[in-house]
Design a protein around this ligand. Structure first.
Ligand code: SF4
Length: 330
């Protein structure tokens, strides 16, 4: 198979990550009343032998990773630990979220061979933890649930020890479609709330605050012991005191793992950054969230849903076990 440029247009996906390195075509690094980014958001891209090898395998199999598409600053760290995030069901989304740079357009036909190729890549890359994310496919009767399930099963078959986390859309609340994914037994089922109730309709117009919570609740109910995860992006206009009610809602919906990071505006057409959230404030939210009963909260300016996802699961399991006195854990 010919080697291809994974991102010929230089376009970025999953914007919450982008803008950190100020590469070509990226955001300017100036936002929030024209202030420069604070020092804690300036990072250097790292690379290592694993990263170079994994990149070449991905190109050979014609696959996308969010890690590369979003120019994630954590790529070197994650790939050196043999963790990667795949993007399935194409690069065109049927929805438009205010923070996200994925192209909104009529998606291409489903690539039936994609789950198998992802499994091949996971095997060739020797991955130990895989995150699968994908665009919303409201054009498909099942929202793509069949492909999500096929990807989980294909990875399991190819690499039995590899843990699989999925981050699908809400399938418009379709219980049968959520069940299709859950029946494939992902180690972690993630669905992101992204922002507080007051801002939700503006930031995630095609989603719904309560529907997102319902999807998490449903995942937890469908499969006993299913680990459920979510994410909040801070800096899109929420006030610090609005975070706690969102965490209460997530805890009540059964959320076991919560990630929280700083919003970075991908282009001038996207929502502006409202504030730079300090590392100290992130720590306060982490403590509050874990106090509310969420087994593990990973919070920090550069934290992304998939960042050290394997470690997040380990910590959540350890915290949960400790709380129930060394019992079954999550
Ligand atoms: S559903 Fe929203 S966040 Fe997800 S890819 Fe589409 S536009 Fe981006």
């Amino acid at each position: 198979m010919p080697i291809r440029d994974h991102n010929p247009a230089g376009r970025r996906l999953h914007l919450p990550i982008v803008g950190v390195t100020n590469g070509p075509g990226q955001a300017t690094g100036v936002d929030v009343r024209g202030e420069r980014k604070p020092p804690w958001l300036k990072v250097r891209l790292q690379s290592g032998p694993n990263t170079t090898q994994l990149k070449s395998i991905m190109r050979g199999l014609d696959l996308n990773t969010v890690c590369e598409e979003a120019m994630c600053p954590n790529i070197g760290e994650c790939w050196e630990e043999r963790e990667a995030t795949f993007l399935i069901l194409g690069a065109k989304c049927t929805r438009r979220c205010g923070f996200c740079d994925v192209m909104t357009a009529k998606p291409d036909a489903v690539d039936e061979g994609e789950p198998e190729r992802i499994a091949q890549a996971v095997s060739a890359m020797g991955l130990r933890y895989v995150v699968i994310t994908g665009v919303a496919r409201d054009d498909l009767p099942d929202g793509g649930a069949r492909i999500w399930a096929a990807a989980i099963r294909a990875i399991r078959e190819a690499v039995p020890g590899c843990k699989v986390e999925v981050l699908p859309s809400d399938f418009r609340g379709g219980e049968r479609d959520v069940a299709t994914v859950i029946e494939a037994a992902p180690d972690v089922f993630a669905h992101n709330l992204e922002t507080v109730r007051r801002l939700h309709a503006r930031v995630r117009p095609a989603f719904g605050y309560d529907r997102t919570l319902d999807v998490l609740r449903l995942a937890k109910r469908l499969r006993p012991g299913q680990v459920v995860k979510s994410n909040l992006i801070l800096g899109m206009g929420e006030r610090p005191e609005e975070i706690s009610p969102a965490m209460v809602d997530l805890a009540e919906a059964g959320c076991d793992i919560l990630t929280m990071g700083q919003y970075l505006r991908p282009t001038q057409q996207h929502l502006p950054v409202d504030r730079w959230v300090t590392p100290a404030e992130f720590n306060e939210h982490k403590e509050a969230g874990e106090h509310l009963g969420i087994a593990h909260v990973e919070a920090g300016p550069l934290v992304r849903s998939s960042y050290h996802a394997g470690r997040q699961l380990e910590r959540a399991s350890a915290n949960s076990s400790a709380r129930v006195g060394g019992g079954a854990g999550l």
